[in-house]
Design a protein around this ligand. Structure first.
Ligand code: AP5
Ligand code: MG
Length: 189
């Protein structure tokens, strides 16, 4: 059982590379952003709460996020592997993930840090915004998301280095080259 954290700034390619991992390894994929967008689409109470944060480029409160994550994880049952995409995003979330997995007799296998220069992130997301229909893919909100990443999420790099789980992945360039580096890291654990 492998638990893969796919980590990186907004637009770094977490979703794109997760799809490729799912295709090759058959792992289950949990994207907390996709879960929240699904709730918004279905007009649930959770979706109504989440919308205000997402449209403003802010993070949903940790306690809410942690409960959602545990329930999705448990819904998977016995699987070969799980990819965590967009979670954890804060140190309390990383600590909660560690505890949740320990309670289930497992742990994070590796954290893959997709590293992409900020100018390229902006460029990718503005381009995607022209077709995605994502409410947070506009210049003003993208800038806020990048600030939130720097302030609240990037400290996790050091946190996972201290756990001995961090692997740096060059996240710009050819999709297939990035994927090959990811596969190498997954095959090692
Ligand atoms: P989330 O949905 O996770 O968004 P994000 O982290 O901002 O990242 P994106 O999904 O925009 O980018 P990505 O890294 O998946 O890149 P992608 O593969 O799409 O979260 C959205 C919001 O939900 C948050 O802001 C927050 O409000 C809330 N939320 C979610 N999780 C939360 C949590 N744990 N706690 C609290 N709040 C939470 O690629 C981007 C683009 O680049 C695509 O167009 C793609 O085609 C292109 N691309 C990919 N790879 C390459 C490449 N190698 N070369 C050129 N282009 C590429
Ligand atoms: Mg994504």
């Amino acid at each position: 059982m492998k638990n893969i954290v796919i980590f990186g700034a907004p637009g770094s390619g977490k979703g794109t590379q997760s799809d490729k991992i799912v295709e090759k390894y058959g792992f289950k994929h949990i994207s907390t952003g996709d879960v929240l967008r699904g709730e918004i689409k279905n007009g649930t109470e959770l979706g109504k709460t989440a919308k205000g944060y997402i449209d403003n480029g802010q993070l949903i409160p940790d306690s809410l996020m942690i409960d959602i994550l545990a329930s999705v994880y448990d819904s998977f049952g016995a699987v070969e592997g799980v990819i965590f995409d967009g979670f954890p995003r804060t140190i309390p979330q990383a600590e909660a993930l560690k505890q949740m997995l320990a309670e289930r007799g497992t742990e994070v296998s590796v954290m893959l840090n997709l590293d992409v220069p900020e100018a390229e992130l902006m460029d990718r997301l503005i381009k995607r915004g022209q077709i995605s229909g994502r409410a947070d893919d506009n210049e003003e909100t993208i800038k806020k998301r990048l600030v939130v990443y720097q302030e609240q999420t990037s400290p996790l790099i050091e946190w996972y280095q201290n756990e001995g789980k961090h692997t740096h992945i060059q996240g710009s360039g050819e999709l297939e080259k990035i994927f090959a580096d990811i596969c190498e890291a997954i095959d090692k654990v």
